[in-house]
Design a protein around this ligand. Structure first.
Ligand code: NAD
Ligand code: WQD
Length: 342
């Protein structure tokens, strides 16, 4: 029998790509999502791409009753937990909403998992837990600190998972720290669909390229980097999706529980904002007008991963290039200028 996985937040950007990869790797999936930042259309498109009707439950991770119904109805091998709010600026304005959703929601989910003795958990953490790194590349033992409520909510969940692993040896709590996920499915059918004006660089660039936004503001050109603009470890979302499959495969192979296990998912290479703009211009053939503005509050100069642990433990490594990331983003954006909205 195939192992069944509960995917919270599976209708979202990273969740949809991961569901495709999970299906292709032979897992059965059940998506649990409240659609607060996603749409049924995204799930329809995943169904079409894998040619299987998706088991989707509309529900909130803070709703224990609903979660229990789901755990009663299905026998899960484990849970991949994407559900959460992710906008840094919004988290500063609405900290209670972020802690409630991301921290209380995760505690609720873990409690229900414990009740049903499902103790394999893959958590979406973020490179943001490393704050402003002292040493590059960043490995998993680097000091952690956060300044905004979004990052703090991720770090708090990490601490909770560490405590949980100490309290009970049966838990397997793989914490994947994503660097900067970008790109889209090569079909052009699914991709990132921000509700509003994008906060993140890649969707902003692609909306300028497609003519929805006039000009990119580049936040600072006086960082101590190759060209003065910020440097990040951009990783293709399908590589990231494969990282989740590798994490589950790893758990299938273990004979004893792994406890709390943090793993970076990045390429190990940094690219600057200007380098990304140049690459996007080349693959899309579109002009990307830009201007330099002040640094954005809270931004750091450079951030890129040591991806050695993912390779040695999971046998996973990112394969796709910056050109692939731009090409797939552009295909998604130009085929769906309004995202999933008709
Ligand atoms: P997303 O917003 O596209 O997906 C998150 C999904 O969770 C959405 O479909 C949303 O409707 C759902 N959701 C939110 N709150 C929920 C709740 N209370 N109950 C049920 N469903 C809920 O975001 P994404 O980019 O796919 O990110 C997935 C996860 O990865 C998030 O936890 C995010 O914090 C984390 N992460 C994202 C990035 C990034 O840059 N995209 C980087 C690092 C970590
Ligand atoms: C990348 C670079 C900006 C927009 C954020 C979260 C982090 C994680 C990933 C969830 C920076 C510059 C951006 C723009 C710009 N998310 N930029 N103009 O800040 O590295 O990380 O997303 O966990 O937690 O903080 O990503 O894409 O916003 O910025 O110049 O319009 O692009 O200054 O150097 P960031 P980003």
């Amino acid at each position: 029998m195939k192992n069944k996985i509960l995917v919270t937040g599976g209708a979202g950007y990273i969740g949809t790509h991961t569901c495709i990869a999970l299906h292709q790797a032979g897992y059965d999936i059940v998506i649990y999502d409240n659609l607060s930042n996603s749409s049924r259309e995204a799930i329809n498109r995943v169904s079409q791409l894998i040619d299987v009707s998706i088991d989707f439950i509309e529900g909130d991770i803070r709703d224990a009753k609903r979660l229990r119904e789901v755990f009663e109805a299905h026998q899960f091998f484990g849970v991949i937990h994407f559900a959460g709010l992710k906008a840094v600026g919004e988290s500063v304005a609405k900290p209670l909403m972020y802690y409630n959703n991301n921290v209380s929601g995760t505690i609720n989910l873990l409690e229900v998992m414990a009740e049903y003795k499902v103790k394999k958990f893959v958590f979406s953490s973020s490179a943001t837990v490393y704050g402003d790194p002292e040493v590059l590349p960043i490995d998993e033992n680097s000091p952690r600190s956060c300044t905004n409520p979004y990052g703090q909510s991720k770090l708090t969940v990490e601490h909770i998972l560490e405590n949980l692993a100490v309290s009970d040896n049966d838990w397997n709590l793989i914490t994947l720290r994503y660097f900067n996920p970008v790109g889209a499915h090569p079909s052009g059918q699914i991709g990132e669909d921000p509700n509003d004006i994008p906060n993140n660089l890649m969707p902003y660039i692609s909306q300028v390229a497609v003519g929805k936004l006039a000009k990119l503001n580049i936040f600072g050109n006086d960082y101590p980097t190759v060209d003065g603009t910020g440097v990040r470890d951009f990783i293709h979302v399908t590589d990231l999706a494969a990282g989740h499959v590798a994490a589950l495969n790893y758990l299938e192979d273990q004979t004893s529980a792994v406890g709390f296990l943090p793993i970076n998912l990045g390429t190990g290479k940094g690219s600057s904002v200007l380098e990304l703009v140049t690459a996007f211009t080349k693959v899309s053939g579109q002009k990307i007008p830009y201007q330099f503005t002040d640094r954005r509050a809270g931004d750091i100069a450079s951030c890129y991963a040591s991806a050695d642990k993912a390779q040695s433990l999971l046998g996973w490594q990112a394969k796709l290039s910056i050109a692939d990331m731009c090409e797939d983003t552009w295909r998604w954006q130009s085929m769906n200028p309004n995202g999933y909205k008709a």
